[in-house]
Write a protein that binds this ligand. Sequence first.
Ligand code: ZN
Length: 494
Amino acid sequence: MNNIAIYLRISVLEKGNLGHTEDTINSQRNIIKNFIFNDQELKKANIEEFIDEGYSGSTTSRPGLDKLLLKVKQGKINCIIVKDMSRFMRNYIEMGDYLENIFPFMGVRFIAVNDDYDSSKEVQNGTELDIQFKNLLNDYYSRDVSEKMTTALLTAKKQGKYTSGTPPYGYLKDPEDNYKLIVDEKVAGNIRYIFQLILEGYSLNETAKILNSEGVMTARARRQEIKGYDAYANRWESTVEDTIWSHSMVRRILNNEAYTGTFVFNKSTKSKLDGGKVIYHPKEEWVRIYDNHEALISKETFDEVEEILKSRHRKSFGVKKKKYKNSPLATFIRCSKCGYKIRFNKSSNGKELVGINLYCYHCRMLEQEEKLPHYKELEKDVFEILKDKFHTDKTEKKKLLDEQKELYDKNHQLLKKKRIEFENYKFGKISREDFLEIKNQIQESEEENKERIQAIDEELKQAGCIDNLTEDIVRKYIKTIYISGKGIERIEYQ
Ligand SMILES: [Zn+2]
C-alpha cells in the first residue's frame, strides 16, 4: 500500500500578495488531488498533507518539510507529490541530491505534477547505489547544513547536473536524462546569430530590431511551443517585452556563460528574511563547471563580445558611423537567391581592417551558402556600371543641351509651316486632302521631336559626374544590388 505525502508551500511574499498569485495552498492541493484521482494506483493510497505557509523554498528548515523528511527516514512515506519542484526546494543542487541520491536510496517515489516529473518513470534514477552515494547519505544525516551544502556542491560539480527549472534558450532538457542539457537545434542558430551581430558591430538595440524584423523566435515563444502553453500569460509581471526582442533580452543572452558550455551556480540565493528577497553573490563566489554541456559559443567569441560591450559602454558614440564609413554599398546588397540582406564581416589583424567578407546569413542557416565575391571587387564593378550608365562630363552635357535647343527651334518652325499650309487651304491654293496629309506629317515630326526632348531631359536629370563611389552616389541611382557567388546578378535602379 502506498503512503503518499502531499507537500504544499507558499512563501511570505506570496502570502502578502495573494491577489497576485494563483498558486495558493488550495490551488496546489487541487492540482495534486486531481492528479492522484486520475491515477489508478495512487488513488487507492493513504494521503497525508504537509504544509509550510510563509516559508521560502530556499529555507532548509521548515516545520512541514522537517516532519515529512522525518517520516521518510522512518520509512513511513514511499511517495511524495508536489505541484512543482520549486515548491519542495528552491535550491537546485539540493533538489538534485534528493532526486538523484536520497529518494532513490530511501525507495521514495517523487512526483512534481507541473514539471511532468515522476521518478518512477525516470531512467537512471540511482538504482546502482555506489560508495559515493552512501557517503553522501552519511553526510546528509550526520553533518550540519553548511557542510551538507559543500558536499552537495561537490557532488553536483562532479556530476555536472543541470537541475534548475527551465534550461536557457537554445538548450533543452535531455529526454533521456532530465539533468542533462542538450542543444535545442531549432533555435541554437539564433544564439550564434546574436553573438555574430554584435561582432559585426551592431548595437544591442539594432540587434534586437534585426531579430524582430526577421521574425526570430523569442525565448518565451519557444518555451510556449515546447510546453504547449504560455507559462507567462497569467503572470502579473508578464509584459509585452517578452514577446518581442529587446536590448535587455539580447544582453541577457550575451551575458549567459551557459552558452560556452559552462554551468554557473551560486549566483544568487533567496534571503530567509525580507520575504525571500534575492541576494546576488559577488562573482568570486560563483561556482563554475566547465564543459558541463555542449557549447554554442566558443569561449573566445564570448570574451570578445564581452570586451566589445565593455568598450562600447566606455565610448558609446560614433560606433555606427564608423561601421559603414568605408563601405558605401553596405546597405544595398542583397542575396539573389533568397533576397535577404547580405551581411558584412570585417576581418582585422587586431590593428587594422584587412578585408570585408560578405555572406548571406539566411543561406548559411539553410546550408546553401555560396562563397560570395569580395566586397572591394563588387565596389569596382558597381563603379564601372554606374560610370558607364550615368557618367556625363561637361562637353557631353553641352552637346545634349544644344541638341535640345535645336529640337525646340525645329518645332517652332513646324508650327509656322502648319499655319501657312492652313492659309493655303483656306484660300483654295491646295485641296482639303492635301492639307490634311501635310498636317499629319507635320504633327508626326512634332511628336518625334517632343519625345527626343523629353528623353534628353531624363538623361540630363540623371547625368552626373561619377568619379568615385560614395554612399550618396549609390543611393541616387541604385535601389538594390542582387549578388550571387558569380558576382552581380542584377541591379534595381531608382
Ligand atoms: Zn541568401
